[in-house]
Write a protein that binds this ligand. Structure first.
Ligand code: EPU
Length: 338
């Protein structure tokens, strides 16, 4: 096991924010986690698991031991009559996995194309886009417990998935490292085309029964048009979750702002488009230092070049205050702030 000291994390977070990891260990296989757990110094130290760094805001140097997950491998674990089970190492690129499954004739992940980050991070925040969430395609995962060094397999119910949420953000935060994830991709494939942007694409192309590859291409086009490529402009995707309010609260807001974008949920609550709320407060294109609000999508904060974490946080707080002042709604950040 190679222990690295004082490693710059600038290239390891999609926001491109400067911070240094005091101690960093690259995890290539399950046994590496056990080596960390058994190590006299690292074993007892707090730990931070780093995947693709696409959902973090680094505001200072990182004191916990950074475990950078680089476990690779993709395989079709099982081919059943009603589904394929695909397994991938936690360090694999998420989008790479989506492409790989389609190349192998296995559809089901196409709506989740181009989401930045790694396979291991995907269950942590239950990634979702265009009508599909990871939990809809999830089978199980393997993790190694930091206290015991033992491996465990968690089925879907144990992960307690919610909207951009899971047990790994709560009870299991900082307690284990996800090594492998298995996906259950149902056969026969059924398209998920209910999202407005996709309906628009179908209409424009005059295609009513698109192939999985066609859906993949559309999702890539939609995302490229709206969301900044982190390789070009640093960002962490949606910076805030879409807030959920009661029907009564929503009626009250609609009374004042009839155009508010909102989606009724099956349980009677209503989800509001945070991007719309932020946009309505006039934030698009605004900046604090080198941290800014993306011009094409107010929900995304960007690094205009050389931003520091404190600037991102100051901007985020100013947005939260102004949305609260106008709508009485508290926006909750989606990325982990360190
Ligand atoms: N809107 C505005 N102004 C803006 C941004 C959005 O008026 O500046 C309006 C849009 O016109 C639209 C509505 O708000 O009517 C919702 O916007 P959009 O369809 O772009 O989706 P979103 O709610 O902003 C969510 C996810 C994205 C995911 C898309 C597609 C969250 C927090 N974000 O965005 O996920 O890709 O839906 O499913 O749930 C991510 O989590 O990082 C992410 C990018």
């Amino acid at each position: 096991m190679h222990i690295e000291r004082n490693v710059s994390l600038r290239d390891y977070n999609s926001f491109g924010l400067p911070a240094v990891a005091r101690t960093l260990v690259r995890i290539h296989e399950e046994a590496d986690v056990r080596r960390v757990v058994d190590h006299p110094e690292l074993g007892i130290a707090p730990k931070f698991v780093l995947g693709g760094g696409s959902n973090i805001v680094l505001t200072r140097d990182v004191q916990p031991v950074v475990l950078k997950v680089e476990i690779l491998g993709k395989r079709i674990a099982e081919e059943r009559e009603d589904c394929w089970i695909v397994e991938a190492g936690a360090g694999e690129s998420w989008h790479g996995l989506v492409e790989w499954t389609l190349d192998h004739g296995i559809p089901g992940l196409e709506n989740l194309a181009l989401i930045p980050g790694t396979v291991g991070a995907s269950p942590v925040q239950n990634i979702g886009a265009y009508g599909v969430e990871l939990k809809d395609r999830f089978d199980s995962l393997d993790l190694v417990d930091f206290t015991t060094g033992r491996r465990a397999t968690l089925p879907r119910a144990a992960c307690r998935f919610g909207y951009r949420d899971s047990i790994f953000k709560h009870e299991l935060a900082g307690k284990s490292l996800i090594t492998r994830v298995r996906f259950r991709l149902p056969r026969p494939w059924q398209s998920e085309l209910g999202y407005l942007d996709l309906e628009r694409k179908m209409h424009e192309a005059g295609i009513s029964a698109p192939s999985p590859r066609q859906v993949f291409d559309w999702v890539c086009q939609i995302r490229r048009a709206k969301l900044p490529d982190p390789a070009v402009i640093g960002n962490a995707g949606s910076f805030f979750k879409n807030p959920v309010v009661t029907e009564e609260q929503c009626r009250d807001i609609i009374g004042r702002d009839p155009e508010i974008v909102h989606y009724p949920m099956p349980d009677g609550s209503v989800k509001l488009a945070a991007g719309w709320l932020i946009d309505a407060c006039g934030w698009k294109g605004k900046s604090v230092g080198q941290a800014g609000v993306y011009e094409k999508q107010a929900l995304v904060l960007v690094n205009r070049g050389g931003a520091i974490g404190a600037e991102v946080l100051t901007l985020a707080r100013a947005i939260q205050e102004s949305v609260y002042g106008r709508f009485g709604i508290r926006l909750e950040p989606e990325p982990v702030v360190l």
